[in-house]
Design a protein around this ligand. Sequence first.
Ligand code: SF4
Length: 464
Amino acid sequence: MKLTANQYPQESARVLREEPHVRDSVTGATLNFDGKRRLAYAEVDAETWRHWAEGVKNHVLMNLDQYLLQAEASLKRNGVQVHWAEHAEAARRIVAEIARAGQVKKVVKAKTMVSEELGINPMLEGMGIETLETDLGEYLIQLLGQPPSHIVGPAIHLNLDQIRQLFHQRFQTPTGASPEDLAAVARKLLREGFLKADMGISGANFVVAETGTLALIENEGNIRLSTSAPRIHVALVGIEKLLPRFSDLSVFLSLTARAATGQRLGTFVSLLQGPRTAGESDGPEEVHVILVDNGRSSVLADPLAWETLRCVRCAACLNACPVYRQTGGHPYGYVYSGPIGAILSPGLLGLEETKPLPYASSLCGACFQACPVRIPIPRLLLTWRNRAVDEGLTPKLEAAAIKGYALAMTQPWAYSLASKAIRMLPHKALDNTIVPVLKAWTQGRAGLEPSPRSFHQLWDAGEV
Ligand code: SF4
C-alpha cells in the first residue's frame, strides 16, 4: 500500500477540517466498543488474564525460533504446505505461484491485515484475478478503493448515509434502504463469490505450535466460508502469531474477543486442521500457510521495542485512544493505525518513514489499560520519540527550545533570567504572528500572556 505516514500532521488536520463526519462515526463506534470491552473485562479477573497472556506471549517471543520450527512440523503433519516469506515481495511471489499453479481465476478474502501489509490485492488484480473482500466492512472499502481505517472495523469511518449512497450508486438500492436490506444485498453478492472462488485467503488470529491448528475469530461467517468453500486456502500469518499449546487457546480466544468487541467469544471461531481428508465432504483440497516476517525479526531483536510483537490485533488500544477517535486510521498512512500503529509502524518500516506517528498520542495511558497483552504502549511511544531526537529527525528549533527549557527548569539562574525576559516582552508578544514556533499551538487557542510579576514577587508580597 502507498505509505504516507510522514504526512500524518497534515492529513489528520485535513480530515478534521474537511470530513467532520469521520470524527462523529469513529468516536461513536470506538466509544461503543470500548464501553463493551470494559464490561467484558469486568466479568472476569481481567488483570490475571492479562498478566497470564503477557507471560505466554513473552515466552513464545523468547523462544520463537523453536516454536516456528515446531509449528512448521505440526502444520506439515496435518497436510498443510508451509512457506516462509522474509519480506512482502517474497510473500506476494509465493501467493502468485500458488495461484498460477492452481489456475486460480477468482479469490475470496477473509479480513486479514497482513494481506493489506503485503499488498496482496493489487498483485492479484495485476494478474487478472478477480478478488473479492468478504468481510462486510472490507467489502465496503474495497468498493470505495480505500484502505482500512481500523483493525477490526475497517469501515468504521463511514456512516449509514454514505453506505446507502454507495449501494444506491453501485447496486441501485433505494436511497432510504434499511441496514438489513443493505446487508441482504451484500450477502447475496458475497454468497455467489464464495461459490465461484478457486482460492480463499485469510489471516490467522493464532497458530498453535503443538497441534498446527489455525484459529480464526469472526462475527460474520465469511471467514468460515472463505477458508472452506474454495479448493485452495492460503493463510497469511505473521511469525509472532504463535501459541505454544492447544490449551492456551481458550483464554486467548475469549480475551481477544473481550478486548476487541466486548464479546465473551467471537460469534464464529474456526479451528482449522489442514485440508480435506479422504471421506470428508467439504473443505479445501490444498491448504498453504505463509509465515511472514516482513520486518518482525528486527522488531524482535530490538531490546526496547520487542514487546510490540505481543500484539493480537484486537484494536482495543484504538478504541480507547482519544487521538485516534478524532480522525480514524487513514491519516496514519499505513495499514496499522492508532496506538499500535504508532509503535509498530516505526519498527516495521523505520522511523524515517513514520516520524510523526509516535507523537500522535496524549500519553494518557488508556491504550495500556485496554491492551489484553499489556504492551507498554506509552513507554514505547517515548522510546520512539527519544530515538527521533537522537537520530536528528525532529526540527532543530524544537530540540534547541527543549534544551533551553530543560536548562531553565534545572538551573535557578536560567529560570530567573528566562522569566524576566518573558515578562519584558510586549503584550501578546507570544502570539502566533510574532513567535512562529507557537503557531500550531495558538492556532486553536488563545495566545499566551505572561504575568507582569513573577511567582516569587507575588509570594514575597504575600499575594499567593
Ligand atoms: S497493542 Fe494491545 S490493544 Fe492494541 S491491537 Fe495490539 S493487542 Fe490489541
